[in-house]
Design a protein around this ligand. Structure first.
Ligand code: FAD
Ligand code: SIN
Length: 552
C-alpha cells in the first residue's frame, strides 16, 4: 500500500506531537508511532522541564549551567536559543492545557512550583508532581486528536527512511498487528523517534527506546554525532520487582542524600555540589564506590524529610517503592546507575534540519548541540519543544514552495518471506544489550571497546542477513536498530581520545581541549547503506559547528 501526505512525523513523544500540532497548520500530517500513542520516554519523565521563570534566575545562569554540565562541548548558538526561547514554548504548553504544579508563597500568592536538579544553580524546573511527562503527553495527544489534519497511526513502526542519499521522501512503515508494509511518501519528514536506552541491559527507558531513528538516519546517509555521550542516571531503583524505574533527581533536589551501606556519605569526596553535582559525576562516583565495596547498590535517604510533603511531591515514586515493599518515608531507597539518555544523535542545525533535504530531526534522536558531553537535567523536554517549534516554521516555508510529493517505489515485501526464529532474535538482542552494558558503560577502555565492536559487528551482520530475507516483525527491526546504534556508540567512543563528560576512558583519562574539543561525527551509508559498521567509513571527531567558545 502507498499513501501520500504533506508531512510525515515518526514518533509521538513531546517532539513529534509538538511538531505535528504546528505542522498541521501547513498541510496533512501522518503521525506514525510504534506502540500506543502515549507510549514514549516522554510519558515517564519525572523531574520536569527547566526554564527561566524565577526572579533570582537569569538566561545567563541557565546558559552557564548548561555549558558546565556539557563539559564545554555544547554549541553556543543552540544553547542560547534553547534558554531564551524556552519560556515562551513552556507558556504554550500551559496554554495547551498542561497543568504544572503550583505553590503558595509566604505572601499568599499562587505561583508555579520550581524544583531543582543536579547541575542547576537555581530552582527552575517546572513539574507536575513527579509525573511531568505523563501530564505533557496527555495534553499533547489530546490536542493532536482534535486536529482533523492529523491522522495518527498507532502500532506502526518505521522500517527505513526513503532516501536517495541526498533527499528524504518519506518512510516505509510496518503495521505490527497485520505485518503489512505501507509506503508513506511525504514532502517533509520529521524524525522524532526518541532515545536508545534499551541498547543497554539496564536502563530507565521503556521498551520503545531502541535507537531506531539514529539507525534509520545513518542507513539513509545522514550525519550522526556524539553517540559516545550516553548519560547514565545515577538513581535507578535497584529491586527485582521494579524494572526500569527511575528515582528522580528532583528527590535529591529536595534534600535526598546518597549513602553507602554503612550510612556514610561519599559525594563530598567527588564534587563541591555533592549529591547535586552534574549527573556524569554522580554516576561515576557511585560506580567507583560500588567497585570498591563490591556492594550491589548504594542508597538514597529521604527519611529525614517531612513524610507528608514527600508523598505530595513524589506520589508516583512513593507508591512505586511501596508496591515493592519500600516505604521511602522510613527506609533508604536502594539505587544503581542505569542508561538514561542519548546526548548525541542525528546532526541538525538550529532549525532541526538534518543533512538530508526534507528530513528534520527533533527531541532525543537529534544532536542539536545543546547537550555537549553531558545533558543538564530537565533540558531535554525543553529542547524538544524549542526545536520542534523552529522546525515547524521552517517546514511551513518549505511546504509553501514545495513541489508535489515525489513518486516513490513501494516496499519490496515479497523479498521478506523466510521464517525467522523469535527466540534467536530475542537472544541476539539481549547479547547486544549485555555487551554494551559490560564493555561500553560508565568507565571504558580501548580494549573493552574493541571487544564490544567485534561482538556487535558480528550480531549486526547476522541481523542484516535475517532482515534482508526474513519475515518482518517489530522485534527483528529493533534488533537491527539496537545493533546498529550500539555499534555507532562504540565507534564514537573509540574515536574520542579523551575523558570528557560522559565519555570516561581509562586509556585517555584527561580532557584534551587542543585535539578533542569538537563533535564526533559519523557519516551514514548513503544510497546503498547496507547498515554495516564501517570502521574506515567515519570521520573522526570532526568539527561541524562552533562549539563551547565560552571558557571555564
Ligand atoms: P520519546 O518521548 O521517547 O518519543 C519517541 C516516540 O517515537 C515514541 O512514541 C516511540 O514509540 C516512537 N518510535 C520510536 N521508534 C519508532 C519507529 N521505528 N517507528 C515509529 N515510531 C517510533 N527529560 C527532561 O527534560 N526532564 C525529565 O524530568 C525527564 N525525566 C525522564 C525520566 C525517565 C524515566 C526517562 C526515561 C527520561 C526522562 N527524561 C527527562 C528524558 C526525556 O523524557 C526524553 O529525552 C524526551 O521525552 C524525549 O522525547 P522525544 O519526543 O524525543 O522521544
Ligand atoms: C529525573 O527526574 O531525574 C530525570 C530528569 C532528566 O532526565 O532530565
Amino acid at each position: 500500500m502507498k499513501i501520500n501526505v504533506d508531512v510525515l512525523v515518526l514518533g509521538s513523544g513531546i517532539a513529534g506531537l509538538s511538531f505535528a500540532l504546528k505542522a498541521s497548520e501547513h498541510g496533512r500530517v501522518a503521525l506514525v508511532t510504534k506502540k500506543s500513542d502515549t507510549e514514549s520516554n516522554t510519558n515517564y519523565a519525572q523531574g520536569g522541564i527547566a526554564t527561566v521563570t524565577a526572579q533570582d534566575d537569569s538566561y545567563d545562569l541557565h546558559i552557564r549551567d548548561t555549558h558546565v554540565a556539557g563539559a564545554w562541548l555544547c554549541h553556543e548558538d543552540s544553547v542560547e536559543i534553547l534558554v531564551k526561547e524556552g519560556p515562551e514554548r513552556v507558556r504554550e504548553l500551559i496554554d495547551l492545557g498542561v497543568r504544572f504544579s503550583k505553590e503558595t508563597t509566604v505572601d499568599g500568592n499562587v505561583c508555579l512550583a520550581l524544583g531543582r536538579e543536579g547541575g542547576h544553580s537555581r530552582r527552575r524546573i517546572l513539574h507536575a508532581a513527579d509525573l511531568t511527562g505523563r501530564e505533557i503527553e496527555r495534553a499533547l495527544v489530546a490536542n493532536c486528536k482534535h486536529k482533523d489534519s492529523i491522522r495518527i497511526f498507532e502500532h506502526h513502526m518505521a522500517i527505513d527512511l526513503i532516501s536517495d542519499g541526498r533527499t528524504c521522501h518519506g518512510a516505509h512503515v510496518l503495521d505490527s498487528d497485520t505485518g503489512d508494509v505501507t509506503t508513506i511518501a511525504a514532502k517533509v519528514t520529521m524524525l522524532a523517534t526518541g532515545g536508545a536506552g534499551r541498547v543497554y541491559l539496564h536502563t530507565t527507558n521503556p521498551d520503545i527506546a531502541t535507537g531506531d531513528g539514529v539507525a534509520m538516519a545513518y542507513r539513509a546517509g545522514a550525519k550522526i554525532a556524539n553517540m559516545e555521550f550516553i548519560q547514565f542516571h545515577p538513581t535507578s531503583l535497584h529491586h527485582p520487582g521494579a524494572r526500569s524505574f527511575l528515582i528522580s533527581e528532583a528527590v535529591r533536589g529536595e534534600g535526598g542524600i546518597l549513602r553507602l551501606k554503612d550510612g556514610s556519605t561519599f559525594m563530598e569526596r567527588y564534587h563541591e555540589m555533592e549529591c547535586l553535582a552534574p549527573r556524569d559525576i554522580v554516576a561515576r562516583a557511585i560506580d567507583a564506590e560500588l567497585k570498591k565495596s563490591g556492594d550491589e547498590c548504594v542508597y538514597l535517604d529521604v527519611t529525614h524529610l517531612d513524610a507528608e510533603e514527600l508523598k505530595a511531591r513524589f506520589p508516583n515514586i512513593y507508591e512505586k517503592c511501596l508496591s515493592v515493599g519500600i516505604d521511602i518515608t522510613k527506609e533508604w531507597i536502594p539505587i544503581v546507575p542505569a542508561a538514561h539518555y542519548s546526548c548525541g544523535g542525528v546532526v541538525t542545525d538550529v532549525d532541526a534540519r538534518t543533512d538530508l533535504d526534507r528530513l528534520y530531526a527533533c527531541g532525543e534522536v537529534a544532536c542539536t548541540g545543546v547537550h555537549g558531553a553531558n545533558r543538564l537535567a530537565s533540558n531535554s523536554l525543553l529542547e524538544a519543544v524549542v526545536f520542534a517549534h523552529r522546525a515547524a516554521i521552517d517546514a511551513g516555508k518549505l511546504l509553501a514552495t514545495s513541489n508535489p510529493t515525489r513518486a516513490v517505489d513501494e516496499y519490496q515485501e515479497t523479498e521478506h518471506n523466510e521464517p525467522v526464529s523469535p527466540k534467536l532474535v530475542e537472544e541476539l538482542t539481549e547479547s547486544v544489550r549485555s555487551v554494551m552494558w559490560k564493555y561500553v558503560g560508565i568507565v571504558r577502555t580501548d580494549e573493552r571497546l574493541n571487544t564490544a565492536l567485534a561482538e556487535v559487528r558480528e550480531i549486526l551482520q547476522a541481523a542484516e542477513e535475517m532482515y534482508s530475507r526474513g519475515r518482518l516483525s517489530a522485534p527483528l527491526l529493533e534488533l537491527r536498530n539496537i545493533a546498529q546504534t550500539g555499534g555507532l556508540i562504540i565507534l564514537s567512543a573509540l574515536a574520542r581520545k579523551e575523558s570528557r563528560g560522559l565519555n570516561y576512558n581509562l586509556d585517555h583519562p584527561n580532557i584534551d581541549d587542543k585535539l578533542c574539543k569538537k563533535d564526533t561525527v559519523l557519516v551514514g551509508g548513503g544510497v546503498t547503506g547496507a547498515g554495516f559498521l564501517k570502521h574506515e567509513g567515519h570521520e573522526e571527531a570532526r568539527n561541524t559547528r562552533k562549539t563551547g567558545a565560552i571558557t571555564e
